[in-house]
Design a protein around this ligand. Structure first.
Ligand SMILES: [Zn+2]
Length: 382
């Protein structure tokens, strides 16, 4: 089978520097890593098979590297190290000196990749709006990550909304507004409730003077954007309008993780309307294309001088991973978790979204699970 792209790298060696920063605080782990010049590795991507590690002779050594990354347990430093030891680092690293990367920063970067794939999965055939909300919100709200290496500085995708929601705090002056004077309300052009939505001046003053504690500041900034940034692009307005109405009606975010969102005073899930869901879906697509385009922007076509066929040239593993996400057909292929709890093979495997009956990564896992069920049946009959 011919591959869509190939990529060369080196396996890595890792050391852990654990520093105790303050009593009662978890220690800070800095990873020291170095590329292993004598262990070159080679990746190739084939449709339906995903990103594979291939041997020097061309045969596949390990299939489905993106699935392996998804299966790394959250927050498990050693499991992250094991992955990057075998498959090389995300970016080119020195072969002569140690590079230093904070373990927490690296794990957050991996979370971003996981969130992107989960978002891709959740807009597939049967839409899962709870997960679409979590993935979209996480990717738009979490602060960008920078990794500094001897080979360069690498940043995650910075969305315009992200930059603004963390910094925009200027509320418009409503003291001389004629509409407020007449009606105690003012109109904001709104993409969710076109042409405009009426904001109560009391509500406006209440939010403006509310505390900055916790992430309340982010909602205040968002509200400042909602009321003040009326000339923003249609895309940005759609994002602002959605997050404003969602949080006003359903609940204000207090903590945004890539698998879970916490709310200040619980949430009113019933208020998550069809209009909001439609807007959310638009935003999810905007965010996904921005994330993928940003991360594969460095990929360039190259003609092989040998056979004059085009091939994609990649600079790093991040590009290879996002390129594999790019080739997942949204709504057609998703990553599923193998239902065999003791699966040692493809914990996450690529499957057609409509194949609802495919629950195991391979026949071995299906058999193992069937045997377990029959054992349990026999035990319960005794
Ligand atoms: Zn399995």
């Amino acid at each position: 089978m011919s591959s869509l792209f190939e990529y060369d790298s080196y396996a890595c060696k890792f050391e852990k520097d654990i520093e105790n920063v303050a009593p009662g605080q978890p220690p800070r782990t800095t990873l020291k890593l170095i590329a292993q010049q004598d262990q070159p590795i080679h990746f190739s991507y084939a449709p339906q098979k995903g990103l594979n590690l291939s041997g020097s002779a061309g045969g596949v050594l390990v299939e489905n590297i993106l699935g392996k990354l998804l299966a790394i347990p959250d927050g498990d430093i050693d499991a992250h190290i094991a992955f990057f030891t075998d498959y090389g680092f995300l970016y080119p690293v020195s072969q002569t000196d140690y590079e230093a990367v904070e373990a927490n920063v690296l794990m957050e970067l991996v979370n971003r990749i996981k969130a992107t794939v989960m978002l891709m999965n959740s807009i597939a055939a049967k839409k899962n709006y709870k997960n679409i909300l979590i993935g979209t919100t996480y990717l738009l709200y979490s602060e960008p990550i920078t990794i500094c290496l001897s080979t360069g500085e690498y940043d995650t995708c910075v969305h315009e909304f992200t930059r603004l929601v963390h910094s925009y705090s200027q509320f418009p002056d409503m003291s001389r507004n004629q509409e407020v004077f007449n009606t105690k309300k003012f109109s904001v052009p709104d993409t969710l409730f076109p042409p405009s939505y009426q904001v109560d001046i009391e509500y406006f003053n209440q939010v403006r003077s509310s505390t900055d504690a916790g992430n309340m500041r982010l909602f205040k900034n968002l509200f400042a954007m909602y009321t003040g940034l009326t000339g923003a692009s249609e895309e940005l307005r759609t994002i602002i309008d959605f997050f404003f109405h969602y949080q006003k009606e359903v609940g204000v975010f207090s903590d945004i993780g890539y698998r879970k969102i916490h709310y200040f005073n619980g949430k009113q899930s019933d208020n998550f309307t069809e209009e909001m869901k439609a807007a959310l879906l638009k935003i999810a697509n905007i965010v996904l294309s921005a994330e993928i385009n940003y991360n594969i922007a460095g990929v360039h076509p190259r003609y092989s001088t040998l056979d004059l066929k085009p091939a994609w040239e990649l600079d790093n593993l991040i590009q290879a991973l996002y390129f594999s996400i790019f080739y997942m057909k949204p709504g057609v292929e998703i990553y599923k978790r193998c239902k065999n709890p003791t699966c040692k093979r493809d914990v996450y495997f690529l499957v057609n979204a409509t194949a609802t009956n495919k629950e195991y990564c391979c026949p071995k896992c299906a058999n193992a699970a069937a045997q377990r069920r029959s054992r349990e049946r026999k035990l319960s009959q005794q």
